[in-house]
Design a protein around this ligand. Structure first.
Ligand SMILES: [Zn+2]
Length: 62
């Protein structure tokens, strides 16, 4: 499994013409779709975890 961040860094996104089957992976920053054919993250599928982390940063809460 290759993380979305690493994929972006190395520009190794899914290049399949059709990406029908995908699964979902996640880490502490958010989640993204992974192509079941090639096993690479799907470009622009990343959704940032909007939750407590960012909120607590904005509120200056430890
Ligand atoms: Zn693919």
């Amino acid at each position: 499994m290759i993380s979305y961040r690493l994929a972006k860094l190395k520009n190794k996104f899914c290049q399949c013409d059709e990406c029908i089957d995908s699964s979902q992976e996640e880490d502490e920053t958010g989640f993204w779709a992974v192509c079941m054919r090639c096993g690479l993250p799907v470009e622009d599928s990343f959704v940032m975890e909007g939750g407590d982390y960012l909120q607590s940063m904005m509120l200056g809460d430890e």
